[in-house]
Design a protein around this ligand. Structure first.
Ligand SMILES: Nc1ncnc2c1ncn2[C@@H]1O[C@H](COP(=O)(O)OP(=O)(O)OP(=O)(O)O)[C@@H](O)[C@H]1O
Length: 239
């Protein structure tokens, strides 16, 4: 279904992501894990063509660039300007633009925005400025934007940083439902404690791919040590 082939990216001639290849063959929730600075965010940006990179991503036997409307990407929260004057409903409506034909208007689209906000339980915040939201509320708004986009491939960079356990559970529940609807979701994540609950498959990387496989295949002392070094407590509290 989606195949990453030899994805490589560098900053100032310093390789950050080296020759990463793997394939996902059915709707899946994929965790992208590895230590700080391993290249997780860089891998997403390189695969999506957001930074200069080499390699290829094939989706349904075509280069992914030909299927941009199938891609939803939510960047790390630290990269977002919260002072930008825009309302919650407007942020969500941005997800619709890739689908709008030049001659159609937004007028008939607000129903979709409303439904998406209801799904993430943020309907009462539609007219609020984004700068007035908590971290978890904002993350749910970004998920609503992804819902209206109705993309088949969803890429989320550290979506749970700074949000409470309840919001995290709500978002994870929604993502599992989206997978059941046939979507594939890639999540950059750093907390190892809920991995088997959250993900079907894992890309473990440290500049290069260490391993790609099911949680059972990847979560072995051998691979964890290769990624995190000797300090990792296998079978204990990973957080
Ligand atoms: N814009 C940039 N310019 C130069 N170097 C960068 C840039 N962004 C990332 N790097 C470097 O590339 C490497 C990979 O960074 P990246 O942010 O992809 O790692 P990560 O696994 O997502 O890290 P973290 O878990 O800390 O968020 C790091 O060594 C980082 O310092």
């Amino acid at each position: 279904m989606i195949r990453f082939e030899n994805i490589t990216a560098a900053y100032n001639q310093q390789i950050a992501v080296d020759n990463i290849s793997f394939e996902v063959s059915k709707p899946t929730i994929v965790g992208i894990l590895g230590p700080n600075g391993a290249g997780k965010s860089t891998f997403l940006k390189a695969a999506l063509g957001l930074i200069p990179a080499t390699g290829l991503v094939m989706y349904k036997n075509e280069p992914l660039q030909k299927n941009q409307q199938e891609v939803a990407y939510v960047e790390q929260k630290s990269a977002i300007d919260y002072t930008f004057p825009i309302t919650v409903a407007e942020v969500v409506s941005l997800g619709i633009y890739p689908h709008l034909k030049p001659w159609s208007s937004m007028k008939n689209q607000w129903g979709k925005v409303k439904t998406a906000l209801e799904t993430v339980d943020m309907q009462n915040f539609a007219k609020r400025q984004i700068g007035e939201l908590s971290g978890g509320q904002f993350q749910r708004v970004l998920l609503a934007r992804t819902l209206v986009q109705d993309a088949s491939l969803i890429f989320l960079d550290e979506p749970f940083v700074g949000i409470d356990a309840t919001s995290e559970q709500i978002i994870m529940g929604l993502l599992h439902k989206l997978k059941e609807q046939g979507k594939t979701i890639f999540i950059v994540h750093h907390d190892l404690s809920k991995v088997s609950e959250y993900f079907d498959e894992i890309l473990l990387l440290k500049q290069q791919k260490i391993v790609y496989g099911t949680v059972q295949e990847v979560f072995t002392p051998h691979y964890l040590k290769a990624a995190y070094g000797d300090s990792i407590l296998v079978g204990g509290d990973f957080a």
